[in-house]
Write a new protein. Structure first.
Length: 315
């Protein structure tokens, strides 16, 4: 039912959208692509940090600084090999790289103090696309595809607690993973220059089971002691994405495109070893919460506008 609804929305968007301008490929061609992304990004690490601190009766506010511009986004290529076998017009293989950086800031509150917190965050992911182009008509194309996505995150946080107790803290979190995803694209030519398009990741993991690593280390020095939290294990994720927009040819073989992007990567740690210490004493409740915060499903959520160009090299 969910996938039928998504497909219906795709068709409606394609035929009722008003944006201008991906485009038809002629013969064998290498399509080079690059774009910038302006929008918001919230990491799954925000929620994991929140639930990890609750055990110490410390309440974290929402992280600020989630909006920004990412210049190196959807940078890569697709090679289209012409088949001209009836409805099957070509096969394609591509690689696309995406990079996001954010500087997050937030406050936290505990019974007799205030936490001032900040951190530097980076998300990198690459997509290998393998698919075919189906052309049921001269101006309409369907592009089923299989996507192998590799992703990594890193976070370096610095914390200052003012009150009772006071503390200095550091937080390091890293994740990495690979997953196979199924997607589909649609293209509808308004005329020789303008094309509407939509691109979707529908489900996964498929064929290639999701696998990766999760690592979290947090160290705090209090005015009356020190604490250390640790979790390490596997990491799994899958992604759902909606992208709709258009492209317009501004020079022969050169197109400008604009799209709205919304994507959720649902992720969690798998079977981590989790430990929490205060001084040389194992904190059993803290250890349990560190395990729960790592293994709960949380999302890396992105939404915004992408603007870029494509250029076709005929081969």
């Amino acid at each position: 039912m969910k996938r039928s609804l998504v497909f219906s929305l795709i068709v409606i968007l394609l035929f009722t959208g008003s944006v201008f301008a991906q485009g038809k490929v002629e013969g064998n061609a290498l399509r080079i692509k690059g774009a910038s992304f302006l929008g918001s990004l919230r990491t799954d690490l925000e929620k994991r940090n929140f639930y990890g601190d609750i055990v110490g009766l410390e309440y974290n506010q929402d992280w600020q600084g989630n909006r920004g511009t990412s210049l190196i986004n959807d940078f890569g290529f697709d090679y289209f090999h012409s088949l001209n076998a009836g409805i099957l017009s070509n096969v394609f293989l591509g690689l696309h790289l995406n990079r996001f950086t954010r500087g997050y800031e937030w406050n936290s509150y505990y019974a007799t103090g205030l936490g001032i917190k900040e951190g530097d965050y980076r998300l990198l992911y690459s997509d290998i696309n393998l698919g075919i182009t189906l052309s049921p008509s001269s101006n309409f194309r369907i592009l089923p595809k299989y996507v192998i996505r590799s992703m990594s995150q890193s976070f370096e946080g610095n914390y200052l607690g003012i009150g009772g107790p006071s503390y200095l803290g550091q937080d390091t979190k890293t994740t990495s993973g690979t997953s196979g995803l199924v997607g589909v694209g649609f293209e509808f030519d308004l005329n020789d220059r303008a094309t509407l398009f939509a691109d979707f990741l529908l489900f996964g993991p498929f064929l290639l089971n999701s696998s990766g690593t999760y690592n979290s280390e947090q160290f705090r020095v209090y005015n009356n002691g020190f604490g250390f939290n640790f979790a390490n294990g596997g990491y799994t994720f899958y992604s759902e994405k909606i992208s709709v927009g258009g492209s317009i040819m501004i020079l022969p073989k050169l197109r400008l495109f604009l799209s709205f992007e919304r994507e959720n990567m649902t992720a969690k740690a798998k079977s981590p070893v989790a430990l929490s210490f205060y001084g040389d004493t194992l904190d059993r409740v803290g250890t349990l919460m560190e395990f729960v915060s790592a293994t709960a499903d949380h999302q890396i959520a992105m939404s915004g506008i992408k603007i870029g160009v494509t250029y076709d090299l005929n081969l």
